[in-house]
Design a protein around this ligand. Structure first.
Ligand SMILES: O=C1O[C@H](CS(=O)(=O)O)[C@@H](O)[C@H](O)[C@H]1O
Length: 295
């Protein structure tokens, strides 16, 4: 397959871009810039980009079926409304008892049934504390921790049939992706096993996206790459990117044939031209539609 052409979204730069998601109803892309406390939106038809600023860090978002967004933030899971003056109205829906000061939510997305999943992390990554936990939030409220012992929770995705859940830990001391059998009725993962040990590849496994062949696309943070793994965990394709720290891909566009990829500015390399850029590429495959949060 010929190398795909990578473009960047004009005029957008993020300190820690994360959580891109295609909003099918609005035909728009959303993503966040975590330390900037920003939620970004890019209108597909006009190409117009704008952002809103929240009162605390927003780490992950998903469209909500009843309107607005659901978000994992510093102090909990929030219902988010984007206001005309560029600010955010955020109503806390839940906060885990284990979420101590110094922690925040990180990666998150909905499963194939529209339940919202997100995990927590200790913000000072140098400490490498394995106190991150993964939670489910749905109409019944916040679950107990369903996975524990994570340092930098990341890489959530579900297979096209929803029966396999993927989860990574992107911390330099971990660099692994796991799969779980997923009970779609109960919304519970079990039978955890290693999917990919990224020590063998470029970068650390940050955010991910699922394509319609059931292949897992993961950002190789610090590896300037986007990697596609088959359901058997075999590397199938590596896309070189013009940023050292890609953070998360998502499929979108009217035909779900475009990958939008966020990135992170490397400390000390703030002048690097494309670091923090939001990239777009057509990889030649289509994605699995994201399900809006149903609650
Ligand atoms: O804050 C974050 O940072 C890390 C990336 S990095 O270690 O700073 O390069 C990322 O994995 C995580 O998802 C993000 O929230």
């Amino acid at each position: 397959m010929p190398e795909a052409i990578v473009e960047s979204v004009h005029g957008v730069s993020c300190a820690v871009g994360e959580s891109p998601v295609w909003h099918a109803e609005e035909q728009a892309w959303y993503w966040v810039d975590i330390p900037a406390r920003r939620i970004w939106r890019l209108d597909h038809a006009s190409g117009a980009a704008r952002h809103w600023t929240a009162a605390e860090m927003v780490a992950c978002i998903a469209p909500r079926a009843r309107g607005g967004l659901i978000a994992g933030m510093e102090t909990g899971i929030f219902a988010v409304e984007l206001l005309g003056d560029g600010t955010v109205r955020a109503e806390r829906l839940a906060a885990p008892a284990e979420l101590a000061p110094g922690m925040r939510f990180n990666d998150g997305r909905t499963d194939r049934q529209g339940r919202f999943w997100s995990g927590t992390m200790w913000m000072d990554m140098a400490a490498a504390l394995p106190i991150g936990r993964l939670y489910r939030y749905d109409g019944a409220g916040l679950s107990a921790p369903l996975v524990s012992g994570l340092v930098t929770q990341n890489g959530l995705a579900w297979s096209p049939d929803g029966r396999t859940m993927y989860l990574s830990d992107s911390h330099p001391t971990r660099r692994r992706v796991w799969t779980f059998d997923y009970d779609v009725d109960a919304g519970v993962p079990h039978n955890r096993r290693l999917f990919v040990d990224m020590a063998a590849y470029a970068g650390r496994p940050d955010g991910a996206a699922m394509d319609s062949d059931g292949c897992y696309w993961v950002a190789g943070n610090d590896g300037a790459s986007l990697l596609r793994f088959t359901p058997a965990g075999k590397l199938d394709r590596e896309l070189k990117l013009p940023v050292a720290k890609p953070s998360m891909p998502c499929f979108g566009g009217p035909r779900l044939d475009t990958l939008l990829i966020t990135s992170i500015v490397q400390p000390g390399r703030e002048d690097h031209s494309l670091a923090g850029a939001v990239l777009m590429v057509r990889p030649g495959v289509t994605g699995v539609p994201e399900i809006p949060f149903a609650g």
